[in-house]
Design a protein around this ligand. Structure first.
Ligand SMILES: [Zn+2]
Length: 383
């Protein structure tokens, strides 16, 4: 799978912005897939599911009898949204896959909510221009923080995330809450019996559901000092622009503390992407290195995660490169690899070899060459 994002999709195209998190979010042929499976390390079921969508034919027929982890597939067009989902029986609320329709990006509460139950369900709903559809593992967050002119748009491929927000330019134009409907969809709503795949409209069923309050960020990093953008994203004290949404950060504003957000996305040459919110060690078999360090980050306060890379050249060491988080700064450390690590900072013509064992600051846009693989550190995650 390859992952591609870009800043500005063509006019009229629905934007799909990934919410930060550690599950799998994929885009296949315009459909958005969210799988409740860990994105770190290979998740064959998630890759399998994404591959299954990349065919001609009716997706409901393909997905109806699928086992494996919980999933949601959402296809959104100008006038309607189609959701195909299957969850796990008795899943707690924070793990329940949820599709929510908001009237606009400014709406705090959804007009419609569909929860994944143990049975496969297919639903089609008409949506007004400007509607925002969120697909999440857990309760739907208000869409406002992630919709904006600089939000990244997932075109295809799979990335780590907690879900996705589907919106359009029209979503930003309506900000009035209007009348909030309480119509929602029970998890045990009858499934579509029609074998033809012609779906009933979302049924307006009365259902008592707790609608979430203001934005609950998915971020759970250590508490750190920084400055917030207008949308409330915490950034480094020296940041001029928000790394998540691109908004200006007023450097005269007072410092605030909050959970540290992910510091970037490490995107490999095969499209695999890793959210950088823990220390990582990259290599062809880094498990022993991680075990030696008891899975602790270099400062002892966080985790050290093994990132397994495949490499046909034989030039990749078992444990090759460590990525450390030091406050707001990322550091690259070649951990004594046999063949070295080269880092090319943005706008630099030549990659430079890392001195073994010495931490070197890593800036966004840098290419990292290790063994036969190249990774790039990219800005922000999703929003
Ligand atoms: Zn921001």
């Amino acid at each position: 799978m390859t992952a591609q994002t870009q800043d500005a999709p063509a006019a009229g195209v629905q934007y799909s912005t990934v919410l930060p998190g550690d599950r799998v979010v994929a885009r296949v042929r315009g459909a958005v897939l969210v799988v409740d499976a860990p994105a770190l390390g290979a998740t064959p079921e998630a890759a399998d599911l994404a591959a299954a969508l990349d065919v001609d034919g009716d997706l409901a027929a393909i997905l109806r009898d699928r086992g494996g982890p919980s999933f949601v597939v959402v296809e959104s067009t100008a006038g309607s949204v189609r959701a195909l989902l299957r969850g796990t029986a008795g899943a707690p609320e924070e793990r329940t896959l949820t599709v929510a329709i908001f009237a606009s990006a400014g709406a705090a509460t959804p007009e419609h909510v569909l929860h994944a139950g143990a049975e496969f369900v297919e639903r089609v709903a008409p949506v007004a221009p400007g509607a925002v559809v969120t697909v999440t593992v857990g309760p739907p967050p208000p869409p406002a923080p992630v919709c904006g002119p600089t939000a990244l748009h997932l075109l295809r491929g799979a990335v780590p995330g907690a879900g996705a927000v589907l919106w359009s330019d029209e979503s930003l134009e309506t900000t009035s809450e209007g009348d909030i409907s309480t119509d929602v969809f029970p998890a045990d709503a009858p499934t579509n019996e029609e074998p033809t795949g012609v779906s009933p409209l979302f049924a307006a069923t009365e259902y008592d559901v707790e609608v979430q309050g203001p934005a609950e960020p998915v971020i759970t990093g250590p508490i750190i000092e920084g400055r917030r953008c207008a949308f409330g994203h915490l950034n480094s004290p020296v940041a001029a622009y928000c790394t998540r949404c691109g908004a200006l950060v007023d450097r005269r504003a007072p410092l605030e503390t909050g959970p540290r957000p992910p510091l970037g996305l490490l995107v490999a040459d095969d499209g695999t992407a890793f959210v950088v919110d823990d220390d990582m060690v990259l290599g062809r078999d880094p498990a022993a290195y991680v075990a030696q360090r008891a899975g602790r980050s270099f400062d002892g306060a966080g985790r050290l995660l093994p990132i397994v890379l495949q490499d046909r050249t034989g030039a990749l060491s078992r444990a090759h490169l460590e990525i450390r988080i030091d406050g707001w700064q990322l550091l690259a450390v070649d951990v004594g690899s046999a063949n070295g690590t080269w880092v090319r900072p943005p706008a630099s013509p030549q990659p430079l070899r890392l001195p073994p064992g010495q931490p070197v600051p890593l800036t966004v846009g840098s290419d990292i060459h290790l063994g036969g693989r190249i990774l790039q550190l990219q800005d922000g995650v999703g929003a």
